[in-house]
Design a protein around this ligand. Sequence first.
Ligand SMILES: C[S@@+](CC[C@H](N)C(=O)[O-])C[C@H]1O[C@@H](n2cnc3c(N)ncnc32)[C@H](O)[C@@H]1O
Length: 206
Amino acid sequence: MTLGGGGTTQVAYGDKWYWEKRYAQEPGSYDWYQTYHSLAPLLRLYVHPHHRVLVVGCGNSDMNMDVRDMSAFEAGSFDAIIDKGTLDAILCGNDSMINAAQMLAEVCRVLKDEGKYILITYGAPVQRLHLLRDSCSLTVKLHVIDKVQSTGSSHQQKWELTSPIASDKDVSSVESVLGPNPGVHYIYVCVKDNTLESRHKAQINY
Ligand SMILES: C[S@@+](CC[C@H](N)C(=O)[O-])C[C@H]1O[C@@H](n2cnc3c(N)ncnc32)[C@H](O)[C@@H]1O
């Protein structure tokens, strides 16, 4: 399966051996989708200097942890988790839905209440929203960023990175706002909200 390129080439993005081989062959750093520089205004909005932050699947770092089992971390350890392309890679593999559910369950477990899972992905709401909403009690805001970043100062980006284009319930109808083939990466800012679960239970019990 492809990782957001829209082509049909079969690449084993979902397999551990693929990444180990690739990183052994390409020792230099490489950023998928977007650089820190292009995302910085958004990250500054949601991640503050005192926050404890986990970057999952951060590439060729020495820290080598499977995101489906983060038992090295206690529940409620992080204020923010940043995921750029890792859920996407997992969704390309075998047993993708099981693996993605395991990963998201771990993400929710290690986040503090009101902690943020910031997912940078090529996946549109129709492909990602049900996964996020099924994983745990999250409210979701959606930002987008143009795939191709301009270098010239005169070029205006089509979408304002720091303004969410939709929040929670409206996110599913966002395709009509963006139009077909919008040429963006999607950024889901998911806030863990334990009160949603108790409200849901209360509605069921009523
Ligand atoms: C598309 S790359 C993104 C790398 C980096 N986050 C970036 O933005 O450049 C996907 C990353 O997910 C990592 N990955 C895939 N499956 C994983 C798993 N089960 N546990 C931890 N990392 C995983 C790969 O090692 C790879 O570094």
